[in-house]
Design a protein around this ligand. Structure first.
Ligand code: FDA
Length: 306
């Protein structure tokens, strides 16, 4: 209920103004976001890679409304790739890209060409790209672009969201050899006909989808902080006799860092999703919506500064 309320409030211009202009927001943002610049992204990547964690970098921004903005977002990824390449970090770091940031809502074919340019550069630099999944109205278009780009870039990753009723079936389509699929619960406000609303139902859907991916021949990327789901994934990996390099865990930067280290120490492959850039508002609001404790942390910081 709180989650849906926060996600609904996040759409209001007034809330956006209030949150982005409150000086304290910067402190809270620093917990979840590497920083505003590509230097920050590279610095945090190096720190994580040095401790044995892999990274997926997200240049923040979504809902792009002009072609020039889509070009700028694409250029930011190309610059990041060059910095990762020259810094010797492409072995441990890949990219996460939101198609809405590179023009999906303006023109899907433009977004596809921008994603192609990023994938090509990533390929040359010796790394990969995962296409994030956004609101359900974009799921079909996103999967269409992934299918098209995978003919040239077979390692291109995609994301499926367990809260969508369609996801178990999508997992069946994408559980083929070499297919990198990130499974997450889903972070947007979705209507009842397309998405489970009840947390327990979402968890059950996650487990069914996890079963399909772990039983299949692809490379599952299990993106969750949920201890119960991580334990089930661990159990399934043993059941299906999967070696640690045939699947991975993914967690968000700033969320359960102790668990990230614990999994890595247990010889699991662990990738940390690291966002950077100035466009942090929508990302921060989704993190606050996920967990009442995050809202309390935000309000406490607000009170202590006020
Ligand atoms: P949930 O939020 O339900 O938390 C379950 C449990 O985990 C909690 O009860 C608690 O025990 C523990 N927990 C969670 N946060 C904690 C914290 N801060 N401290 C301590 N314990 C905590 N979404 C999307 O729609 N599209 C996408 O492309 C992506 N991509 C993505 C990549 C990666 C790497 C991750 C980890 C997540 C995403 N997501 C996403 C977000 C995802 O859909 C989801 O909103 C969040 O991961 C939160 O869901 P959890 O699975 O962590 O469970």
């Amino acid at each position: 209920m709180l989650r849906r309320t926060i996600l609904a409030a996040a759409r209001s211009q007034r809330t956006r103004q209030l949150v982005t202009q409150a000086p304290v927001s910067r402190t809270v943002v620093r917990r979840f976001v590497a920083g505003g610049t590509v230097d920050d992204a590279v610095r945090v990547t190096r720190q994580l890679v040095d401790t044995g964690l892999a990274v997926s970098l997200d240049h923040l921004g979504e809902d792009t409304t002009a072609e020039a903005q889509a070009k700028t977002a694409t250029a930011a990824y190309l610059e990041l790739l060059e910095r990762l390449r020259t810094g010797g970090l492409t072995g441990g770091a890949e990219l996460s890209v939101k198609l809405s940031a590179i023009g999906l809502l303006l023109d899907p074919s433009m977004a596809c060409e921008n994603a192609r340019a990023i994938s090509e550069a990533a390929d040359k630099a010796g790394t990969t790209v995962t296409i994030d999944m956004e609101e359900s109205k974009t799921t079909d278009a996103t999967l269409e672009i992934v299918r098209e780009l995978r003919s040239d870039f077979p390692t291109l990753g995609l994301v499926l969201q367990a809260y969508l009723r369609r996801t178990e079936a999508d997992c069946r389509e994408f559980a083929y050899a070499g297919s990198r699929v990130r499974l997450c619960k889903g972070a947007y406000k979705e209507p009842e006909p397309v998405a489970f609303q009840d947390k327990l139902e979402v968890d059950r859907s996650y487990v069914r989808s996890l079963n399909v991916l772990m039983a299949g021949e692809g490379y599952p990327m299990l993106a969750t902080h949920d201890p119960r789901l991580i334990a089930i994934a661990d159990e399934r990996a043993k059941w299906y006799d999967r070696a640690a390099n045939t699947y991975e865990y993914q967690l968000l930067y700033g969320v359960r860092p102790d668990e990230q280290r614990r999994l890595a120490a247990a010889d699991e492959t662990v990738r940390v999703y690291v966002p950077y850039g100035d466009q942090w508002y929508a990302y921060l609001m989704r993190r606050l919506a996920e967990r009442p404790a995050n809202v309390a942390f935000f309000l406490r910081s607000l009170a202590s500064k006020g």
